[in-house]
Design a protein around this ligand. Structure first.
Ligand code: ATP
Ligand code: MG
Length: 167
């Protein structure tokens, strides 16, 4: 399935703006629209929901989320930034593991299974993309995903180009 990434980006941002009016969302779209990627719309939506849900859940006093979408000649890059508790460099390497949660006692009252990021990671890898974290303890985090842009929408719209999720 071919998905217009900027449209899903807008939709998920708008959904979260409605559900969390206590947050300020700063949305930065550097594209000129019409960015297509070979990905199921639901999968992309799920990844963005996981990242923005975390950004909200792990924010503290500063209730502000920055999201951005931009392109390079070959990729589309989406970033989700919060100004919350951050993740130590030691934990950064572990948060993509299934069921891993930083500081179990602290995160328990926030709910969650520690599955969100492992699912996001698995999905993005299946589509030959990349997901990375920049974070600093106490200052916040930036999660970034990169996905290969579909150059010619028609040419690539075939079955064998869909992601191989069952390996
Ligand atoms: P679930 O997403 O399954 O509801 P979860 O949010 O605990 O539960 P993940 O989304 O996989 O699980 O995140 C794993 C852990 O990484 C979290 O428990 C939290 O400790 C840490 N983490 C994730 N995102 C952030 C963030 N934006 N800021 C600070 N810590 C984060
Ligand atoms: Mg989560």
């Amino acid at each position: 399935e071919v998905t217009k990434v900027n449209e899903v980006f807008d939709q998920v941002n708008n959904d979260f703006k409605m559900i969390h009016p206590e947050f300020t969302f700063i949305v930065d779209d550097d594209t000129d629209g019409d960015i297509y990627v070979q990905i199921y719309r639901n999968h992309l939506e799920q990844v963005l929901v996981i990242l923005i849900d975390n950004a909200i859940k792990y924010s503290k006093d500063r209730k502000e989320i920055h999201t951005s979408i931009s392109t390079t000649p070959s990729t589309v890059n989406i970033a989700v930034q919060d100004f919350g508790e951050g993740i130590s460099s030691e934990d950064i390497s572990k948060v993509f593991n299934r069921f891993y949660r930083v500081d179990k006692a602290r995160s328990r009252d926030k709910g969650g299974n520690g599955l969100g990021l492992s699912i996001a990671h698995r999905l993005i890898e299946a589509y030959h993309g990349d997901i990375s974290i920049e974070s600093s303890l106490g200052y916040g985090s930036i999660f970034q995903i990169k996905l290969p842009i579909l150059k010619n929408k028609q040419d690539d719209d075939t079955e064998e180009n869909s992601a191989d999720l069952d390996k």
